[in-house]
Design a protein. Structure first.
Length: 170
């Protein structure tokens, strides 16, 4: 079974579906907030020309998802699966951002749980690479059980990992 990098995932507070080219305007409305990027290594991603490149790369990655608030039917952010490696039994989740209106609540946690549940159908390990200055994101992944492994200098990132818990019912 090959890894489906662009599933449709539904929870109570968020829905995720594959990113489409016609999502640009709605996603840029979210990404144009400079405060979203203040701790990010690319702090100018709120600028339209910078975001256009990010969006193009997201489409080309084949693993990008938009995050939708099902109550309002609006796009509130994006995330991505990347670097699936069958031999290493791992995939990365990253490039995640949410509208500030959805920070501090249940949305990020539910999004990550949906993505983790899906990933663990295919791999035993999920990695998160987070910029050293992005304390908010580091705390968020630690909150869902990620363990800090160390620095990955070539990506200017700290690596975190969550390992699937074996099914003890069988």
């Amino acid at each position: 079974m090959s890894f489906d990098l662009q599933p449709t995932l539904k929870g109570e507070h968020v829905e995720l579906r594959p990113l489409r080219a016609n999502d640009y305007e709605d996603l840029y409305k979210v990404a144009s907030d400079p405060l979203i990027w203040e701790q990010h290594p690319e702090q100018d991603r709120y600028k339209q020309d910078v975001f256009k490149a990010f969006f193009r790369e997201a489409l080309e990655s084949g693993g990008a998802l938009v995050v939708i608030d099902p109550v309002y039917g609006q796009i509130i952010g994006s995330s991505r699966y990347y670097g699936y490696d069958k031999e290493k039994d791992e995939v990365e989740i990253g490039w995640t951002f949410l509208a500030r209106s959805h920070w501090g609540g249940v949305h990020n946690g539910e999004m990550k749980q949906l993505m983790l549940q899906h990933a663990f159908r295919y791999v035993g390990n999920v990695l998160f690479l987070i910029g050293p200055g992005n304390v908010r994101s580091q705390r968020a992944v630690e909150k869902i059980g990620a363990v800090r492994l160390g620095l990955r200098p070539e990506r200017n990132s700290i690596v975190f990992r969550i390992t699937a818990v074996p099914d003890r019912t069988s």
